[in-house]
Write a new protein. Structure first.
Length: 293
């Protein structure tokens, strides 16, 4: 099967189900033979599925986020300052972004069997993200993906655990956030969708609406920090995520994203010109009805 056939499945609203049909017919692992090692490869107790089952469940999760059902609506509300549906229409390297994100979700753990090791009595998969990116680079080119499209997919594989690493030393510094954005070539939202899908697929049936709600807040926090800390053609932000965490006692999530966005827009429109004015506006935004709901 060439890329055109795989792309058709990845663009379907029920891409996870389409990929399972391809797998049952032997076509999925014929196109992506690296996936076969994950079939029946058991994971630690936290995981609901074997490696291949987890990878397919991650595509199911992306389907749910992309769709207009309850999960999709809640995700869009959580990142309401982002035009998510317009973002979904983008192309990267001449390929539909929606297909590439689903492909990244399918392949994010492809190197787990090859990197599996037992340390202190526990099964671990050290550096399986970078190993998977290296493993798939040639395969994606052989499938017929353009260099730009393949580069995005390999970034999604390589960095799918980076969001947790980013906030391990809380709070993340703006320098660390800028490096994160550069490593992703700006495609932070694509990675965060894969990251959410990975978490959902790990829990499987145990994944609750509260898990999803918290993960949506985490996605919004990372997006807001990335947007505020990124270097762009405009003036440097008057306040950063670090400033709002320190000065206003914010802990992140959706609220931080809303406040950062309001302040940055005001700065770019010339309504605030100093750090003090920006912080005053941030406090005003926080006090508006519904902001702390």
């Amino acid at each position: 099967m060439e890329w055109a056939g795989l792309r058709e499945a990845l663009l379907a609203r029920d891409a996870g189900a389409r990929l399972r049909e391809l797998d049952a017919a032997g076509r999925l692992t014929a196109a992506l033979p690296e996936l076969e090692a994950g079939r029946g490869f058991a994971q630690p107790e936290l995981h609901a599925y074997d490696v291949l089952g987890h990878s397919l469940a991650a595509v199911d999760a992306v389907d749910a986020v992309f769709a207009d059902g309850a999960a999709g609506r809640e995700f869009r509300e959580a990142i309401g300052w982002v035009d998510f549906d317009r973002w979904l229409t983008r192309e990267v390297g001449g390929e539909p972004l929606a297909a590439l994100v689903r492909l990244g979700a399918l392949l994010h753990d492809v190197a787990k069997p090859a990197t599996a090791t037992v340390a202190d009595g526990r099964l671990r998969f050290p550096r399986h993200g970078p190993a998977g990116a290296e493993m798939m680079a040639g395969r994606l080119a052989a499938l017929g993906l353009s260099a730009g499209a393949a580069a995005l997919v390999t970034r999604l594989i390589r960095h799918h655990l980076r969001p947790q690493e980013l906030v391990r030393n809380w709070p993340a510094t703006d320098r660390a956030v800028r490096r994160f954005v550069r490593d992703l070539d700006g495609e932070v939202l694509a990675l965060m969708v894969v990251n959410l899908a990975d978490g959902w697929a790990t829990q499987g049936p145990r994944y609750t609406r509260e898990h999803f709600r918290r993960h949506c807040g985490f996605v919004n926090y990372v997006l807001a920090r990335a947007w505020a800390a990124s270097e762009d053609d405009g003036p440097a932000p008057l306040v950063t995520g670090d400033d709002l965490i320190t000065e206003l006692g914010l802990s992140g999530g959706r609220l931080l994203g809303a406040v950062l966005t309001s302040v940055r827009h005001a700065q770019l429109e010339g309504h605030v010109r100093t750090r003090e004015e920006a912080l005053a506006l941030a406090r005003d935004v926080l006090g508006r009805p519904g902001m702390n709901a």
